[in-house]
Design a protein around this ligand. Structure first.
Ligand code: MEV
Length: 438
């Protein structure tokens, strides 16, 4: 059995790899070569990536694809999408093209508040705590001035601070609940620094309050941290067109398409098993843009799914209806994104992705990202309710198998032609490829 390792972080990169190979890869030299194959020859670039996290041994690539022709609020955009799943970028591009022929996407940021909390325990008279809070609120704001000064110059800062009594749910538990405006930054460091300062001042003021009993002076801060649940950082994305314009060919009328499509959305609205997959499709588009622009996709995922269950039942993020002959498809979701700070100024591809998007503000990025999610959901539902999802997926699957088997361009062409009329499975592709090669 492999023994635990001490001081792993102090080892050099080659030493770490050597340790890994010896203890977990049976000294497999080809595994080591794979790790090294992904090192970048540009030493500065490699060092930059090495230093993003701890114990880096290599780089993990994801493809960066482009989805062009996104008409959003009257302006064309090319969306940079970092994602490994085949057909997501193709589906986004197709949805973009479909809607730019029908007026494009509209997107609006409805509000953009970020939230942070100081969670603390207080044993005693709530009215005395309330009095303390009222008295020290100016002091709390003053104490964070060195942190908020720059943000205030940019028009942001602390919006409001509330004292919340949570004792009906957990004994002695209270919060400072703080709303922030972090302008174009995601603002995690800013928010957490402010909260930790609030916590320090709150604890100190309680300790020194002559009106407090000893128990009340013992106010205990448990933690101070931003919330990734941001139900007041909402962006709306929508498309609409006359129902008859939805028809693309003779096979299905616009009315028939809209009827089935809306039914599919209704199912996701009432059925959590379907809603999760439906929303996963939305997140295919959102995560890909969030990742390429250096934002925190785990935060976005957590917040979006919490929002999808805000009424006590997990439901669809998107909605659709027909009103006066107009088909409408829309979504409102929380997206706390930033276009300055963090990775945005460090990672060369993130900088490039933001350049591709014409250096958007955080609000513009929220709009673009929400549109990517809506487009992705539209594309998925369109396939699901018409041809079925496998048609597109299997084409990509075919390409993946052909690439794995080093198929030439000519072989690929012949195989694609053959499988237009035959069912794609791994074995049928391999069989046909072997037949062709022999
Ligand atoms: C696959 O990544 C996403 C879909 O399953 C979404 C959906 O079912 O709506 C196609």
């Amino acid at each position: 059995m492999t023994k635990p390792v001490n001081g792993f972080s102090k080892l050099t990169k080659p030493e770490k790899i050597e340790w890994l190979a010896k203890n977990y890869l049976s000294d497999n030299q080809s595994a080591i070569s794979v790790l090294k194959q992904y090192w970048n020859d540009d030493e500065d670039l490699q060092k930059l990536h090495d230093e993003f996290i701890e114990n880096t041994v290599t780089n993990f690539y994801l493809p960066l694809g482009l989805a062009p022709n996104f008409l959003i609020n009257g302006k064309y955009h090319v969306l940079p999408m970092a994602i490994e799943e085949s057909s997501v970028v193709a589906a986004a591009s197709k949805a973009a093209k479909f809607w730019n022929e029908r007026g494009g996407f509209k997107a609006t940021v409805l509000n953009h508040k970020k939230i942070g909390q100081v969670h603390f325990l207080f044993q005693g008279d709530f009215s005395k705590l309330e009095q303390l809070f009222t008295n020290i609120e100016p002091k709390l704001r003053e104490a964070v001035k060195p942190i908020t000064r720059n943000m205030e110059k940019r028009g942001g800062g602390i919006l409001d601070i509330k004292l919340i009594d949570k004792t009906s749910e957990l004994e002695n538990y209270y919060q400072l609940f703080v709303n922030f405006d972090t302008r174009d930054s995601m603002g995690a460091n800013f928010i957490n620094s402010c909260l930790e300062k609030f916590a320090e001042v709150l604890q100190e003021e309680a300790r020194n309050n002559p009106d407090f009993t000893d128990e009340e002076k013992d106010l205990e801060v448990i933690m101070s941290i931003l919330s990734n649940y941001v139900p007041e950082c909402i962006v709306r994305a929508e498309v609409s067109c006359p129902v008859e314009n939805l028809a693309e060919n003779q096979e299905m009328s616009g009315e028939e398409f809209a009827r089935k499509f809306i039914q599919a959305v209704r199912i996701a609205e009432i059925e959590p098993y379907r809603a999760v997959t439906h929303n996963k499709g939305v997140m295919n588009g959102i995560d890909a843009v969030v990742l390429s622009t250096g934002n925190d996709f785990r935060a976005v995922e957590a917040g979006v799914h919490a929002y999808a269950s805000r009424n006590g039942k997990y439901t669809s993020l998107t909605h659709a209806e027909i009103e006066d002959g107009i088909f409408k498809f829309w979504m409102e979701i929380p997206l706390a994104l930033g276009t300055v700070g963090g990775l945005t100024s460090l990672h060369p591809l993130v900088k490039l992705a933001l350049d591709i998007l014409q250096r958007p503000s955080a609000k513009e990025l929220m709009e673009i990202t929400a549109v990517a999610g809506l487009a992705q959901n539209f594309a998925a539902l369109r396939s699901l309710t018409t041809t079925g999802i496998q048609q597109g997926h299997m084409k990509m699957h075919l390409m993946n198998i052909l690439n794995q088997n080093q198929a030439t361009a000519e072989e690929k062409e012949q195989m694609v032609e053959f499988f237009t009329h035959h069912t794609i499975t791994h074995s049928s592709v391999m069989e046909q490829l072997e037949k062709m090669r022999s």
